[in-house]
Design a protein around this ligand. Structure first.
Ligand code: PMP
Length: 327
């Protein structure tokens, strides 16, 4: 029998999909890791599983315990699935600027969701800091702390990186990734660089984030503009991000991302979220920089269904000065 071991067994090992239209347009092989096919629906299932397994292994998380996290959504979704499967309670703090679908989904899955005012990280009422304080205040609880808990990057070092290496038979020239906590780009870049230090690691950043500046100048200075993307961009260098080995960085504006995801839906049938759109714009730009004949891998971090009220809502786009491309 060819079976997987429960929810945890169905995380990772996602297919690597050739983006035909982008590959043909650039003369490169542009390949996307189909994280939207993971059991909980996103790249963050990997981080959730590793953070819980590592906490169990350290003895920090005991049967019947509680996992608390501050999350824009996908890590919370991954955590609730994993916690349900292992008998833990889940409490999720999230900022109030996130899509309604993610709040509803977390509630449906069984998390206790606390939506709090969106304030900068330096503010003591920031959602991550509230999550940390709450976890410290109750017995048997852990704070997953995806931003600075490097078990997050370890997930990608032990799963995403090896999968990409295996799926491309080691023939990968560049890995392009947006970054939120930094877990994906840190873990994957370290694994790939250990196999072949020439593999180019490119950070694709949304506007209004400090990661492009950090990667190109060493100083995390926020760029002008803003972004409707969710789960990516950051104003600070987390412990996960600090481990990343980045060669190059580029910025992608929201209109380019919107054009990308709508065109892919129409021409390839792939229904993707905004960070996947940033990644694919970054992959196309990387193909232009490297020239034809290269293999470029990126992450299709999640699917579009959580974003129907925002990215896939024309009125919402118009309110942000964005338009869907003509059919
Ligand atoms: N895309 C989506 C949809 C996400 O939810 C996240 C996580 N915040 C990312 C990309 C970024 O991944 P990471 O946290 O590993 O940098």
């Amino acid at each position: 029998m060819d079976t997987l071991d429960g929810f945890a067994g169905s995380i990772g090992n996602t297919p690597l999909i050739r983006l035909n239209s982008l590959s043909e347009a650039t003369g490169c092989e542009i390949l996307g890791k189909a994280e939207f096919m993971s059991a909980g629906g996103s790249v963050k299932d990997r981080a959730a599983l590793w953070m819980i397994q590592c906490a169990e292994a350290r003895g920090d998380l005991q049967p019947g315990g509680t996992v608390v996290e501050g999350t824009a959504g996908n890590t919370g979704i991954g955590l609730v699935h994993v916690c349900n499967a292992r008998g833990y309670k889940t409490v999720i703090y999230m900022p109030d600027n996130q899509s309604r679908e993610k709040v509803d989904l977390l509630n449906t899955l069984g998390a206790e969701v606390r939506v709090v005012k969106t304030v900068p990280y330096k503010d003591e009422m920031n959602y991550q800091k509230q999550a940390g304080r709450f976890a410290a205040s109750i017995d048997g609880a852990i704070w997953a702390n995806q931003f600075d808990n490097t078990d997050n990057a370890l997930a990608h070092y032990e799963s995403t990186g090896p999968e990409i290496w295996r799926q491309t038979d080691g023939r990968v020239d560049a890995f392009v990734s947006a970054s939120g906590t930094g877990g994906t780009i840190a873990g994957t870049s370290n694994f790939l660089k250990e196999q072949n230090a020439d593999i180019q690691i490119v950070l694709a950043d949304c506007m209004g984030s400090a990661l492009h500046s950090w990667a190109t100048t060493g100083e995390p200075v926020m760029s002008a503009g803003g972004s409707i993307t969710e789960g990516i961009g950051n104003s600070r260098i987390t412990d996960n991000q600090a481990q990343a080995r980045v060669d190059d960085a580029l910025q992608v504006d929201d209109q380019a991302m919107v054009d990308m995801v709508y065109n892919l839906l129409r021409t390839e049938g792939l229904f993707l979220g905004s960070s996947a759109g940033i990644n694919l714009c970054g992959a196309v730009e990387t193909a232009r920089r490297l020239g034809p004949g290269h293999t470029i891998v990126t992450m299709l971090c999640d699917g579009g269904s959580k974003y129907q009220s925002r990215l896939y809502n024309l009125d919402f786009l118009a309110s942000k000065g964005l338009t869907a491309p003509e059919r």
